[in-house]
Design a binder for this molecule. Structure first.
Ligand SMILES: *[C@@H]1O[C@H](CO)[C@@H](O)[C@H](O)[C@H]1NC(C)=O
Ligand SMILES: *[C@@H]1O[C@H](CO)[C@@H](O)[C@H](O)[C@H]1NC(C)=O
Length: 264
């Protein structure tokens, strides 16, 4: 009997598909304060699959083991293990207290560690940092949820619904190694929150269900060949200011001469 070792490389593009103009989805959600319209189908490599009537013949299921295999980098990575800053960030869907098309006639809001970020109206944060302008943002974003609760519990108390509104930012020294735990919550409703981080790559060293366990959770981290992520996205925001390094290569560049003014 022989042993065949199969080496398989497969690229999967996982998408959502709408029958309408996708630009109208965000515009409509902003206008009404309600939920963005759900997609008409999910696709894998452009095919909606067996659950939808319009798939091409021969589109087969993909075994989860293969997908899992893809979530590894092909070669060992140098993942930092001496961590300078630990952040635990709880992501919640909340309400504004103004009326809109969300449940109970209110507008949806969202928060990270109970802070719903309000972009500064006059000066943007990069300019404020570069020019040392005070009063545009504060540097006290909480490094963990201000009040712990059973994040993924059922029937969470209504007092969790309304967050604080403000411009709190995380401020990090240049070149520190950061561990960021993203904790989903059941506040209002559980949801998937794909994340992206502008300007920095990050390793996805683990994931799981329920509440993060700071003692046992890290034992399951993949510190050998985790995937490195460069782009994911979602509509909640928080600001992390990484301070300038020592030399010109590691400092924030001046704004371009044609930077449009955003003052109102
Ligand atoms: C929410 O309501 C309170 C009191 O009714 C009001 O003072 C506050 O400005 C409101 N906040 C927002 C974001 O609308
Ligand atoms: C979130 O902030 C609001 C407003 O300051 C506060 O009433 C509420 O208790 C906070 N919730 C949590 C879970 O920290």
């Amino acid at each position: 009997m022989g042993l065949a070792i199969l080496s398989l490389s497969l690229t999967l593009r996982i998408c959502e598909w709408w029958t309408m103009n996708v630009m109208d989805i965000e515009a409509n959600a902003i206008k009404t304060g309600g939920e963005p319209m759900l997609s008409d189908a999910y696709t894998i490599n452009g095919q909606p699959g067996d659950f939808y009537p319009c798939s091409r013949q021969g589109v087969g299921p993909i075994a989860p083991a293969k997908v899992k295999f893809l979530l590894r980098s092909p070669s060992p990575q140098s993942v930092p293990t001496q961590i300078d800053t630990h952040l635990v960030i709880a992501a919640s869907v909340n309400f504004l207290n103004t009326s809109g098309a969300g449940p109970f006639g209110r507008r949806f809001a969202a928060s990270l560690n109970n802070v719903s970020f309000v972009p500064p109206a006059s000066v943007d944060i990069l300019q404020a940092y570069y020019k040392g302008i005070n009063g545009v943002y504060t540097t006290d974003f909480p490094e963990k949820p201000p009040k712990g609760f059973d994040y993924t519990g059922k029937d969470l108390p209504g007092e969790l619904l309304v967050p604080e509104f403000g411009t709190r930012a995380v401020v990090l020294e240049y070149n520190v190694d950061v561990e960021m735990v993203l904790q989903g919550t059941n506040v209002l409703a559980s949801d998937n929150h794909p994340m992206h981080l502008h300007g920095y790559g990050f390793y996805v060293v683990g994931w799981g269900f329920g509440n993060f366990d700071s003692r046992d959770g890290p034992l399951g981290y993949n510190l050998v060949n985790p995937p490195q992520e460069r782009h994911q996205m979602w509509g909640m925001s928080a600001v992390i200011v990484v301070k300038d390094g020592a030399d010109s290569e590691t400092k924030l560049l001046p704004p371009p001469h044609d930077l449009p003014s955003c003052s109102v």
